[in-house]
Design a protein around this ligand. Structure first.
Ligand SMILES: [Zn+2]
Ligand SMILES: [Zn+2]
Length: 564
């Protein structure tokens, strides 16, 4: 008997396993296996909630790929958003073959590999829409779709059992800024030939109508450019290249210089310009360091920080703590992005800081300064109508969106006098296709791995280290209350040690630590004091420094900051 290396898949069956992105937003990833060949679609990350302290990134559990060791033959990328490529450095070590993606997508992957010291440039294989590549039993065709960034594709994967279409992220933008149209024709052709299964983006299924084109924001921005007397600052996602193009074109028209502010912004702009996806007229762009040398009315700053992230450019500008950019009365700050759920508080705080500087804040609920990159219900219906799949698997979304998308798919297909079988899968569900049809059958290991980038590694190790640290060095809880209006300390700050045998010396140490707390608060600006995230971090750093210097110990410091 031939000893098969892979007993899990019998000949004649296709296994599709979503490893992330089903039941949550972000970290999109899916594995397809036929015989002894596995390919992976996308390798995304998810960003942590503010209360997941010390966690920078969340990636899918990769145990399934480990179990397929030696047979994962390609990684196929749909587009360059972090929730699709952010995990490439973590996934790539499990892949033996090439990474396929469009030129822009791969250009965004490159610096990630560099950051992680992974030398894999020769494995990045650029593809173009309507091209195909073959990996074992799979032939993968790339199909142009439109989204909120350039060079996005859907995938049509020919398998021995039929064609599978994965939409990636998309909306149907009929007036794309770069003239690269959604390839509706190809979807229709494949649909008329017969499609086994459609895996479709569910993000905006709960929005009625059509999402609208990227060009829709031009009108609102024209108004803003016309009426703004001082500096214009626009916060956007650093991947929103189309938004940047709109703003650059308007800046040229309204005689403003453009500065890109924020590290990820500057990096993506450099890549997009180098590859021709962003066109900036000669002489228009200035360095962020030179913003202060131009009169406000001559400058447009495009910045990071639309989500209120404490380290990003706009929140720093808002508390007058940015190296180069200042704002004041007459200036206008536009939030040209949606608020990602969970970030509302941080965003609101940033807006208040800006308002305190006298600048005007404009959001997408006041003017049409943002348009989503994801298809609304009518566009999703259109794709289902064109593709007419036998099986439908909603992807990219929480369970409520997946199930709504399923309902819509059934309605669309029954309207065509056809039926469709919906497979409502979650992360780790094995979707099995064979001669008899398709069904959910069994579970693959799936879940989340929390990454702490500052210490390189999974938080599993981190937790262990913390525990060891606490065992050896103890723990110090610093409790203080700050009046939110005045920024003044309320009552006496408190230091609560645990794991210390408190002798007289330690007692003095803790009393001194209270003084450090007082000083830290006193030396902070009112705005810093009102920002819980910033202040907590500052106190942590100061106390750690104090304990190390004074006692040579490194207790775990936990600031508890109450806003009153
Ligand atoms: Zn996307
Ligand atoms: Zn996405």
């Amino acid at each position: 008997m031939n000893q098969s290396v892979v007993p899990s898949v019998s000949p004649g069956a296709l296994e599709v396993v979503p490893l992330g992105g089903l039941g949550e937003f972000g970290m999109n990833m899916m594995a397809l296996t036929w015989g002894d060949t596995t390919i992976v679609i996308d390798a995304g990350v998810m960003f942590p909630d503010p209360d997941q302290l010390g966690v920078d990134l969340i990636v899918p559990d990769l145990t399934w790929l480990e179990q397929k060791r030696g047979q994962v033959k390609a990684l196929v990328l749909t587009h360059g958003h972090e929730d699709h490529i952010g995990g490439v450095p973590y996934v790539l070590p499990h892949v033996e073959g090439p990474v396929y993606g469009t030129a822009f997508t791969l250009a965004l992957v490159e610096p990630k590999l560099e950051e992680h010291g992974i030398d894999a440039k020769d494995r990045l294989k650029p593809v173009k829409p309507r091209e195909s590549v073959t990996v074992g039993p799979f032939t993968i065709e790339f199909i142009r779709v439109t989204h909120s960034m350039p060079d996005c594709v859907a995938l049509a994967i020919e398998t021995p059992l039929g064609t599978i279409i994965h939409t990636g992220d998309f909306k149907i933008d009929q007036t794309p800024l770069d003239g690269e149209h959604f390839d509706l024709h190809r979807f229709a052709e494949l649909g008329s030939r017969g499609v086994l299964a459609l895996f479709a983006d569910s993000t905006n299924i709960d929005r009625r109508g059509f999402t609208g084109s990227e060009v829709e924001v031009i009108e609102a921005f024209e108004e803003i450019f016309t009426s703004t007397e001082g500096k214009l600052v626009v916060a956007a996602f650093s991947s929103s290249i189309y938004r940047m193009q709109v703003l650059v074109d308007l800046a040229a028209q309204f005689d403003r210089k453009v500065a890109f502010v924020g590290r990820s912004m500057a990096r993506n702009v450099e890549i997009a310009q180098r590859l021709g996806y962003l066109r900036v007229p000669v002489g228009l762009q200035i360095k962020d360091a030179d913003v202060g040398t131009f009169p406000g009315q001559d400058v447009l700053c495009i910045t990071t920080g639309s989500q209120g992230e404490p380290q990003a450019a706009l929140p720093r500008i808002a508390i007058d703590d940015h190296r180069f950019v200042r704002i004041g009365p007459d200036d206008v700050v536009v939030f040209s992005a949606r608020a990602i759920p969970g970030n509302e508080k941080a965003i609101a705080r940033t807006m208040s800081h800006i308002a305190r500087r006298g600048a005007e804040v404009i959001t997408d609920s006041m003017k049409h300064v943002h348009v989503s990159g994801h298809a609304s219900a009518e566009e999703l219906k259109l794709v289902i109508s064109l593709v007419r799949p036998r099986y439908f698997v909603p992807v990219h979304g929480e369970y409520r969106q997946l199930s709504q998308h399923a309902r819509v798919a059934r309605r669309v297909m029954s309207g065509q006098g056809r039926s469709v079988e919906v497979l409502l899968a979650g992360d780790g569900d094995v979707v099995r296709f064979d001669q008899e049809g398709a069904r959910l059958e069994g579970k693959a290991p799936a879940g989340r791995v929390l990454i702490d980038m500052t210490r390189a590694g999974e938080v599993g190790d981190e937790v262990l280290r913390d525990r060891r640290n606490v065992a050896a060095e103890g723990i110090v809880v610093a409790v203080l209350a700050i009046n939110q209006q005045t920024g003044v300390l309320v009552g006496e700050p408190e230091i609560i040690p645990r794991g210390f045998v408190v002798d007289r010396e330690d007692d003095a140490l803790f009393r001194e630590a209270v003084l450090v707390l007082r000083e830290t608060v006193a030396s902070s600006s009112v705005e810093e004091r009102a920002d819980q995230g910033l202040m907590t971090e500052k106190i942590r750093v100061e106390l750690r420094r104090f304990f190390k210097k004074r006692s040579g110990r490194r207790p775990l410091v936990l600031p508890v900051l109450m806003e009153i």
